[in-house]
Design a protein around this ligand. Structure first.
Ligand SMILES: *Cc1c(COP(=O)(O)O)cnc(C)c1O
Length: 458
């Protein structure tokens, strides 16, 4: 099929949208390691997890054998408001780069939260409502997750309490107001409203906060209130499961035009968008049907896959969450305040960590000035102003396309464009003023984080 017959945007019909999520763990021979109780070091039981998370989500979290799980009709209906998301052929970018590569991106920024996070937020709010809960608590870093969750909670009339990493709370007042517009309450973290927040403030006065610390506060708040549970926007296997709508739609759209990708690229913070995008393709690899290259892209300033340790670690600074085996920089790791582009979490989804450890996925770290350079280049030819997080994937997609230009290979590259960057203009401003620099942690910096990784008995 000639290039021109492939449209700029491949949409699916409503009746082609996924009705089930795909659980890639079912096809993994070696499964991701289970979550452990930090006290007993035994795998977390459903009862233990049920104190923190909604019952149905606990089931999803612990199920590593069921390949397909039905998407409840109400969630499917909500998805239809803003999905299917377009799979765009980046003809304009290809032309500008002069590359023979064929570049596609799956654009998840077409909703008010401005990112893919709504895909899981609506599922988590739905299950909380089903369970008859009053509300949920959560953390948010850059603010996309908090926004998505407040949208989802307002749809189901659930209370939503968001602990927002302090540096973002101050730098992104408009994000905060979007959340409040959807009825959420927003508290800068660390705060005096929780014991763990008070402790962190005592130990690190003036800290700008971290996701790990906001998580601890949100968990404490949820477990201390009747009728509340905690929900998380990334990292967990349930979140990755919900995000597989991205990959399932992408796969179906590509199949409509007989397109087989060579390389699939995504940015990786906690790993949910990339995990969701690559899952159905990885399933084919795991079943021995196909072969693809997968590349996870992370910031050089928070390099959990490329420089982290694969170990059991705390998911949060306050050490109230279960232990997860993952590539980690240590729960005490706080990325430099100079780091502008999101993707600040110290660990990585256990599923992606295990796939990476098995050599089924590659990882690359990129510096933020080169990320913003790619973002600007992309915005100027493709129109969309990308989120800094998403721009990590753009950076590597462009790099791979430029390699094709050298070799003359017409590879097919698919990347996840997770969202828009309208609330990140402070970072763009820094870049435009030439004031952005690249901070790469030294081995000694990283060692401080590693020192906080718990020692496990063999
Ligand atoms: C949250 C976010 C990410 C990173 O989270 P993952 O769980 O790694 O997907 C990437 N892009 C955008 C726009 C986000 O909001």
């Amino acid at each position: 099929m000639s290039n021109r017959e492939i449209p700029y945007k491949i949409y699916l019909e409503e009746n082609e949208m996924p009705t089930q999520w795909y659980n890639v763990r079912a096809d993994m021979k070696k499964k991701p390691a289970p979550l452990l109780n930090p006290g007993t070091l035994q795998p977390m039981t459903p009862e233990e997890l049920g104190h923190v998370f909604c019952d149905e989500l606990v089931k999803q979290e612990l199920d590593d054998t069921t390949p397909y799980m039905d998407i409840p009709q109400e969630i499917q209906d909500f998805y239809k408001m803003y999905r299917p998301s377009p799979l765009v052929r980046a003809y304009c970018l290809e032309k500008k780069l002069g590359t023979p590569a064929k570049i596609y991106y799956k654009f998840e920024g077409n909703n008010t939260s401005g990112s893919h996070k709504l895909n899981s937020a609506i599922a988590q709010a739905y299950y909380a409502k089903q369970q008859g809960l009053k509300g949920v608590t959560t953390e948010t870093g850059a603010g996309q997750w908090g926004t998505a969750l407040s949208m989802a909670c307002s749809y189901f009339d659930l209370d939503c309490k968001v602990y927002m990493v302090k540096v973002s709370y101050e730098q992104k007042p408009f994000r905060r107001e979007v959340m409040r517009t959807y009825g959420a309450s927003v508290t800068p973290s660390p705060s005096e409203t929780t014991n763990v927040g008070k402790k962190i403030l005592e130990a690190h006065p003036g800290t700008t906060g971290s996701l790990g610390c906001a998580i601890s506060e949100a968990v404490e708040a949820a477990t201390g209130m009747e009728g509340y549970r905690y929900v998380l926007g990334s990292v967990l296997s349930q979140v990755l499961l919900h995000q597989t709508v991205i990959g399932l739609e992408t796969k179906k759209a590509l199949e409509k035009y007989d397109i087989t990708p060579d390389i699939i690229i995504g940015c990786a913070g906690g790993g949910s968008n990339l995990g969701g995008l690559l899952s159905p393709f990885m399933g084919e690899v795991l079943r021995g049907e196909k072969n693809y290259r997968f590349i996870a892209v992370e910031p050089a300033s928070c390099p959990s896959l490329t420089r982290g340790k694969y170990a059991y670690d705390f998911c949060d600074t306050g050490m109230v969450c279960p232990l997860a085996k993952m590539y980690t920089l240590g729960s005490g790791f706080i990325p430099s305040a100079n780091h502008a582009g999101g993707l600040r979490y110290h660990g990585m989804s256990s599923i992606l960590s295990e796939l990476y450890d098995q050599g089924l996925m590659e990882a690359r770290s990129v510096e933020q000035t080169s990320v913003f350079e790619a973002a600007e280049q992309f915005a100027r030819v493709e129109g969309i102003l990308p989120a800094p997080e998403s721009s990590h994937a753009i950076r590597v997609a462009i790099d791979e396309a430029l390699k094709c230009k050298e070799t003359g290979e017409a590879k097919t590259i698919v990347f996840g464009l997770t969202g828009t960057g309208y609330f990140d203009m402070t970072a763009y401003e820094k870049y435009n003023n030439g004031e952005m620099s690249d901070y790469i942690p030294t081995d000694a910096d990283l060692q401080k984080g590693f020192d906080g990784i718990p020692q496990m008995p063999n």
